[in-house]
Design a binder for this molecule. Structure first.
Ligand code: FEO
Length: 195
């Protein structure tokens, strides 16, 4: 059934007004898009770490850990893209630079992982700050998932760095580290699943 013209006009106005209400402001939208890029970069960095680990002898566990971690970062990125578009913005798929391809040692790779996670946490904190400045409570609420996630990710990265520091160059220690790392990840995923 065709609506009378004035009804169609009113419906159209309501749709426009709703769009305005749910629209992200430009500052918030740009900041969220910057985070899309950071998560995409994280995924690439960990993918490169996985590829590097895969050609090292005896690092099967570490290799799987980095591949999984790369997938998780892509999921973080997709969640942001979905949110930006849902709120009337436009999520920009970014161009990425080639990440570091090789590492002098496992310890170097995991130090880089921790440094990267700290950078991501700072990015998330910055977003929370912007959301509060602009009284964007929906985005503030959305970001709480990332705040909790970063606590876990930093904790995991620090734990793994501490273990590697303790192991040093001890080969049997590294063997156990590689064997156990997937359990560390599995425990973390189980906790996330239960949350
Ligand atoms: Fe999505 Fe590890 O930060």
């Amino acid at each position: 059934m065709q609506l009378p013209l004035h009804h169609a006009f009113i419906e159209c106005q309501i749709a426009i007004n709703l769009k305005k209400i749910t629209m992200l402001n430009d500052v918030m939208k740009d900041a969220l898009n910057a985070q899309v890029k950071m998560e995409a970069e994280s995924s690439q960095v960990y993918l490169a770490m996985a590829s590097w680990a895969e050609i090292q002898p005896g690092l099967e566990g570490v290799t799987q850990f980095f591949y999984r971690h790369s997938d998780e970062e892509r999921m973080h990125m997709l969640k942001l893209i979905g949110y930006i578009n849902e709120r009337g913005g436009f999520a920009i798929v970014p161009a990425l630079e080639q990440p570091q391809l090789t590492y002098p040692s496992l310890r170097h790779a995991f130090k880089e992982l921790l440094a990267h996670e700290i950078k991501v946490s700072n990015g998330i904190n910055e977003l929370v700050d912007i959301a509060l400045q602009h009284k964007d409570y929906a985005t503030h609420n959305f970001l709480q998932w990332y705040v909790a996630e970063q606590i876990e990710e930093e904790r995991l990265a620090r734990t793994l760095n501490d273990k590697l520091e303790m192991i040093g160059d001890d080969k049997s220690g590294l063997y156990l580290f590689d064997r156990d790392i997937l359990n560390v990840g599995a425990t973390q995923n189980a906790k996330k699943g239960a949350a």
